[in-house]
Design a protein around this ligand. Structure first.
Ligand SMILES: NC(=O)c1ccc[n+]([C@@H]2O[C@H](COP(=O)([O-])OP(=O)(O)OC[C@H]3O[C@@H](n4cnc5c(N)ncnc54)[C@H](O)[C@@H]3O)[C@@H](O)[C@H]2O)c1
Length: 272
């Protein structure tokens, strides 16, 4: 890092540049994942879209390649399968020869959305915890360890507002929606894991941070949108593209002294 107190010596725009950085995004075909991929690509990154087969990550990577006129990679995997992640790492290194960033944007919760706590089966609990937490652990273990060995890298994990505060049950009044306890619990553990790794890999030049999105609009029920606005200081839901600026910052040298942080993109939800 440049040892100076003179800001005139610094190119602050350059700090946000992602050119030459190879960044892997799990859940890259998801609502937020797609915005993450496109935003990073616009700042020059080579994007690796990693998602389950049915989400067609290769297809989305082809769209990014076409738009940005440079090679990207789409890779079908299941984040709970270590062998898949080892294959992912090998494919990236074969194609691009480097890995500079990892974003764990995958999630599993939807099949539990309507299941009251009293009725959650052990099997459903295990599935959510396995995909969200173990998937993040394995990705960090395989890709993060590689970056620690090379001596630099940036990891962003995604907890949830509902690992920072409990869900306000009034939010769901008059709607068919809800937030499962397994989701909050798995996300709380992702927060702890991220802080652990920030400390563990700090000396190896790998920064580990979090982004907490909130209420990202996806054609929600009208009543939900209304309830949400009443509880939100900004009085509205967010959009996926509003989460992406935080990722550009955390993946770039603009955040070179930031690690172990949870950047809340939640419209002030937890402020009152
Ligand atoms: N949408 C929100 O309002 C919100 C709020 C807080 C936190 N988050 C978190 O942000 C992240 C992205 O959320 P989203 O709304 O884009 O979710 P999404 O459901 O749209 O996308 C999740 C992606 O993960 C993929 N995925 C699921 N299981 C996988 C597996 N086993 N292996 C690999 N990929 C798998 C899915 O195919 C999907 O593309 C998630 O971690 C979510 O918990 C979202």
């Amino acid at each position: 890092m440049k040892r100076t107190t003179d800001p005139f010596e610094i190119d602050f725009r350059q700090k946000f540049e992602l050119r030459d950085k190879v960044i892997v995004i799990t859940g890259g075909c998801g609502l937020i994942g797609r915005a993450f991929c496109e935003a990073l690509a616009q700042f020059g990154a080579t994007v690796v879209v990693a998602d389950i087969e049915v989400a067609q990550p290769e297809e989305f990577a082809r769209l990014l390649e076409k738009k940005h006129q440079r090679p990207m990679l789409g890779f079908a995997l299941d984040v709970i399968k270590k062998t898949n992640i080892i294959e992912l790492k090998e494919s990236i290194l074969k194609k691009f020869g480097r890995i500079d960033g990892l974003v764990n944007g995958h999630q599993n919760k939807t099949h539990l959305k309507f299941e009251p706590f009293e009725q959650v089966s052990e099997e459903n609990w295990d599935t959510v915890v396995e995909v969200n937490l173990k998937g993040t652990f394995l990705m960090c273990q395989i890709i993060g360890s590689f970056m620690a060995e090379q001596g630099h890298g940036s990891i962003v994990n995604i907890p949830s507002t509902y690992s920072v505060v409990a869900p306000n049950q009034n939010l769901y009044k008059g709607t068919s929606l809800g937030c499962p306890a397994a989701y909050s619990s798995s996300k709380g553990a992702i927060d702890s894991l991220s802080r652990y790794l920030a400390s563990y890999w700090g000396a190896k030049g790998v920064r580990v941070n979090m982004i907490t999105p909130h209420g990202v609009w996806n054609h929600h029920e009208e009543q939900f949108e209304k309830n949400f606005s009443n509880f939100s200081p900004l009085q509205r839901q967010s959009y996926n593209h509003e989460v992406a600026g935080a990722l550009v910052y955390l993946m770039s040298d603009a955040s070179s002294y930031v690690t172990g942080d949870n950047l809340l993109v939640e419209g002030g939800w937890t402020v009152w």
